[in-house]
Design a protein around this ligand. Structure first.
Ligand SMILES: Cc1cc2nc3c(=O)[nH]c(=O)nc-3n(C[C@H](O)[C@H](O)[C@H](O)COP(=O)(O)O)c2cc1C
Length: 336
């Protein structure tokens, strides 16, 4: 029998390397037991956004000052967010309930804006019972005066500050847009991160040619998107001691296996579960087990990282050669 239980993520012992990442399903209590029954080894709740906290605080104080009858009017001044299901109170209750109902670890996620907000709400999430906290540093820096060194320093300081405040494990969910990701990864680990979640997807807006408005377009991922986390996890494996989680593009067992071979401790999925429902996790797990059994792997620990960059003598030369080879590997189907 293939053993998937040799999975440790953020110091948490998991029954398999399959985690349901932050998204609408993990935020829906009606889905929790289904996710657990289908094989989720842990769930990451949707992020608590600091803007929601401010919005709730504003709406409350407005209602107190002006009376409950104008509360609805107050809400209409605010950004168009679904009020009943947002805010810190809702989130903290979500964490508490998930912990009560599930036997798998519950990871809370936080997206702050101010240093004080990150730290304060990390503490609240930990107090609510989260087994770990994922810091979702989705941060598009548009100020040309801000240097990449300053941005990275801000992330390091953020991890140090949260680390000083909470005892639960901390993961940092990053985007891929860094010129020296390896260096940042090492610094985040030294600052107290127990794991890195690679990568956040940039939700790129579009322009509507009829209205000339910028429109948000949320497209679910495809398997092709695993290549970016695959590349970087293979590079980081062995260079950092913290856990590595892969997110983006995991749709089937083959995607998951590749990321484990590259060195991921766990693979996370959101889009595939939105497309196929929570039970899809069992399909992914079955594929992994069958693939491993056919090749006589006894445990997932045996295969993890076996196709990482650690097996390459000079990774920088390897990267350069790969780039050259891939550009010259293109063969047109027929001349045009
Ligand atoms: C509708 C939707 C909501 C999401 N909400 C969050 C969130 O609250 N916090 C977060 O860190 N990531 C969030 N994500 C990102 C996912 O957790 C995941 O990292 C990303 O979708 C890439 O994984 P996938 O290819 O499996 O979808 C969301 C994704 C989707 C599609």
């Amino acid at each position: 029998m293939t053993d998937l239980t040799t999975t440790t993520y953020l110091g948490l012992h998991l029954r398999s390397p399959l985690v349901a990442s932050a998204g609408p399903l993990t935020g829906n209590p009606a889905m929790w037991e289904r996710l657990e029954a289908a094989g989720a080894a842990a769930i990451v709740l949707p992020s608590l956004f600091e803007e929601e906290i401010e919005q709730e605080a504003f709406a409350r104080s407005f209602a107190i000052e002006h009376g409950a009858d104008v509360y609805g009017e107050a809400l209409s001044y605010l950004p168009d967010l679904p009020m009943p299901d947002v805010g810190p109170a809702h989130h903290l209750t979500l964490v508490e309930q998930a912990r009560e109902r599930l036997s798998i670890p519950v990871i809370a996620s936080l997206n702050g804006t101010s240093p004080g907000g990150w730290v304060r709400y990390a503490r609240h999430l930990a107090d609510a019972g989260a087994n770990a906290i994922e810091l979702n540093v989705y941060d598009i820096v548009v100020d040309p005066a801000m240097s990449s060194a300053e941005v990275e320093e801000r992330y390091v300081e953020l991890v140090e500050a949260v680390r000083a405040e909470v005892d639960v494990p901390i993961a940092v969910k990053l985007g891929p847009w860094f010129s020296a990701l390896g260096n940042l990864a090492v610094r985040l680990q030294a600052a107290g991160a127990d794991g890195l979640v690679l990568f956040n997807r940039l939700y790129q807006p579009d322009i509507d040619l009829d209205t000339l408005e910028v429109v948000p377009r949320l497209a679910l991922s495809t398997s092709a998107e695993t290549r970016l986390p695959l590349h970087w996890i293979a590079n980081l494996y062995g260079n950092v001691d913290c856990s590595l989680a892969a997110t983006s593009g995991v749709h089937d067992g083959a995607d998951a296996l590749k990321l484990l071979l590259a060195g991921a401790d766990v693979v996370m999925t959101t889009s595939s579960l939105l497309k196929h429902g929570p039970e899809h996790l069992a399909v992914v797990e079955r594929f992994i087990r069958e693939w491993m059994e056919e090749r006589d792997y006894e445990s997932v620990g045996e295969l993890r990282g076996s196709v990482s960059r650690r097996n390459v003598a000079d990774p920088q030369v390897y990267e350069r050669q790969n780039y050259y080879q891939v550009l010259h590997s293109w063969v047109p189907e027929r001349p045009r």
